[in-house]
Every structure is written in structure tokens, then in C-alpha cells.
Design a protein around this ligand. Structure first.
Ligand code: G3P
Ligand code: MG
Length: 343
């Protein structure tokens, strides 16, 4: 009976903890597996002494693909099924904006993939920069617009359409073109290309960015500029041209709204997994980037674990944003240490 009650306590403790995983630099590098990531997910999915599923969700600043496409790809790399119901990309919470805006400009990402993302989110009328170029290539004087790009673009007379909002979903593949079109729209009368607003503030359409990371680690030895750098460039251009500050909304880690959204996802996932719709008390965020994963997790009251497999290259702990639960060699060390503490 005593063994049974110890076991019941451990099962209850397992249901009262949850992990939130960053993806790039913790579980994978791009499409390359970090081996400890595979081991960790197998363990949390039931390959453990209790034979119980320990709740976990994924919270990434990654972007550019529909959730189903990205979770399928990650499931293949990590060898564990990842559900879209436990998965948040930087632009996932932006789904809620579909009810507020009819015509939106969606910026960033490879080819026309972000159009697919916006379609899946339920946006009704989606414009991408290539649609505008196909209508009037002179809008971006230095851009070489290929026939293949033209063939899949959806031009129309944009002097007759108001664009209601700008949504930067992913990294711009062509800063010059995207910045030109965005600045044109921000300076226009209510999002009508070809016009110039008399009052830059009252007639300005809103702009949203899916995340704010300045830098992103890639194959290149020095991290490359990411959406945050693109945004800062835009803000400076806009200020120089109009004399007013650009108001904007940023999603993704470490923004508070994203953590609140994560809580909702976690409660729903707990319900799917254990039939209990609630947020477990002991949440552990595992991340590699002190400036997004750790600072956001700390502000939100989660236990934070910094791993050495990604952006963080420092000493004992990050000086500006120290991880509250500690620094670990990799995700396996972090997760097993947390499990030993809680179970
Ligand atoms: O910086 C963009 C993205 O690659 C970061 O992804 O999973 O580390 O939040 P993640
Ligand atoms: Mg990361």
C-alpha cells in the first residue's frame, strides 16, 4: 500500500509539472537534430519509470511555415509525434487578428509560404509584396522580379484597394523591396498605395511583427540579423521620413502576450493529455537565448533553464538574464534535473 501511495504521489507530481521547449538551439539546429532532444521527448512521452506522459509544449520564435507542416517536419527529425495543439510559433497568436482586418499585407518567408500560413489562420484577403510588384514593378526600382515569381503572384489594381494592416510574419528575403512597400503603406492614406497621408498618425494603418529577435544563429559563424533588426531599420526610416515615432506591436518571446497564449495552450494540452484543463504549477522553460527564452520565462514566473547548445556561449550563467533553475550542458541535463527535483 505504501509503494502504491508513493507511486500515486509521483503521478500527481508528474501532472503538476510541465516543460516549455524552445526549438532552435535546444532540440534542433535548423533541420539538424540535437541528439539529447530526441531522448528527452521519448522520456516525456512515456518512456520513463512511471510510464506517464509528462506535459510539454513548444514555444518557438521560428516562423514561415504552417503549423502542421512544421510539426510534421519536427516529428520526423525528433522521432516523437508533435501535435499542432502543443505547438506555438512566433506568428501562431496572430491568428486572432484575422477577425479584425479584411485586407492584410503579409511580409517575410520563403516564396509564397506565408500566404499559406495567413490563409490557414482565416485571413480573408491576403496580399504579399510580390502581388504588388506584379502590379507595378517600378515600386521597387532595384528588384529583379523573375517570371516564376510573376506567374504565382496575384496582382490587382492596388490603387483601388485599402490594405488594413501590415503583418510581418517572418524574416524578409528582400529588405529593400519589403521596406519600400511597408514605408509606402505606412505613409499612405489608410493603406491605399499611391497616396500620401496628410497626417501621418491618424491615417496610418497598424503594423505587427511576429517576433523581435535581433540576431539568429545560422550556418554562418557570426549570428545573422533577424526580424528585430529589420524592425529597428524600419522604425528609423519611418521616423526620419515623417518626424513621428512608429507605433507597432511585437509578438513572440519575450513579449508577455505570447506567454499568456502559452498558458492557454498548456491548459488545453493538459486537458487533451490528462483530462484536466489547468496549467501545472511547476513550469520549466528550456531555452538557449537569454534575451528571449530566459528573460520572458523569468518575468512570467516560470523556472528557467539555459542550455549551452545554442546562442548562449557565456560562463556560469547569463549576467543580464540569469536562468533561475540553472545552466545545463544540454536539454537532457536540464529536464532530468527538473524531474529529479519534482518527482
Ligand atoms: O530567431 C528565430 C528563430 O530561429 C528562433 O527559434 O526556437 O530558438 O525560438 P527558437
Ligand atoms: Mg532558441
Amino acid at each position: 500500500a505504501q509503494v502504491q501511495s508513493i507511486l500515486a504521489d509521483k503521478v500527481a507530481a508528474a501532472k503538476n509539472m510541465a516543460f516549455v521547449f524552445d526549438i532552435d538551439g535546444v532540440l534542433v539546429h535548423g533541420d539538424r537534430l540535437i541528439p539529447e532532444g530526441k531522448r528527452v521527448l521519448a522520456m516525456l512521452n512515456g518512456d520513463n519509470q512511471l510510464g506517464i506522459k509528462i506535459p510539454h509544449i513548444f514555444l518557438t520564435n521560428g516562423s514561415g511555415k504552417p503549423e502542421l507542416a512544421r510539426t510534421k517536419q519536427l516529428s520526423g527529425i525528433l522521432g516523437s509525434e508533435i501535435s499542432t495543439e502543443q505547438f506555438i510559433q512566433s506568428h501562431t497568436p496572430m491568428r486572432a487578428l484575422a477577425q479584425y482586418y479584411n485586407t492584410v499585407l503579409v511580409v517575410g518567408g520563403e516564396g509564397y509560404r506565408c500566404r499559406d500560413v495567413a490563409e490557414e489562420y482565416g485571413f480573408r484577403d491576403i496580399v504579399v509584396p510580390n502581388d504588388i510588384l506584379a502590379w507595378d514593378p517600378s515600386i521597387a526600382p532595384y528588384r529583379v522580379f523573375t517570371e516564376a515569381e510573376r506567374a504565382s503572384a496575384r496582382p490587382r489594381d492596388f490603387s483601388k484597394t485599402n490594405i488594413d494592416a501590415i503583418l510581418v510574419f517572418s524574416d524578409s528575403r528582400d529588405y529593400a523591396t519589403d521596406m519600400q512597400i511597408i514605408v509606402d503603406l505606412l505613409r499612405s492614406e489608410n493603406g491605399r498605395l499611391g497616396t500620401m497621408a496628410k497626417d501621418p498618425e491618424s491615417q496610418r494603418i497598424p503594423i505587427y511583427f511576429s517576433q523581435g529577435d535581433l540576431l539568429c544563429p545560422t550556418e554562418h559563424p557570426i549570428p545573422r540579423m533577424s526580424q528585430g533588426a529589420f524592425r529597428i531599420g524600419l522604425e528609423a526610416m519611418y521616423k526620419a521620413l515623417t518626424g513621428v515615432e512608429l507605433e507597432r506591436v511585437v509578438y513572440g518571446k519575450p513579449e508577455l502576450a505570447t506567454y499568456k497564449y502559452a498558458d492557454e495552450v498548456m491548459a488545453a494540452w493538459m486537458d487533451a493529455l490528462h483530462g484536466e484543463e489547468r496549467v501545472p504549477e511547476n513550469v520549466y522553460m528550456i531555452g538557449d537565448n537569454p534575451a528571449s527564452d530566459i528573460v520572458g520565462g523569468n518575468m512570467y514566473g516560470w523556472n528557467t533553464c539555459l542550455v549551452r547548445t545554442g546562442v548562449f556561449q557565456g560562463g556560469e550563467n547569463d549576467e543580464e538574464n540569469p536562468a533561475s533553475f540553472g545552466v545545463f550542458a544540454n536539454v537532457w541535463e536540464a529536464v532530468t534535473t527538473a524531474c529529479r527535483k519534482e518527482l
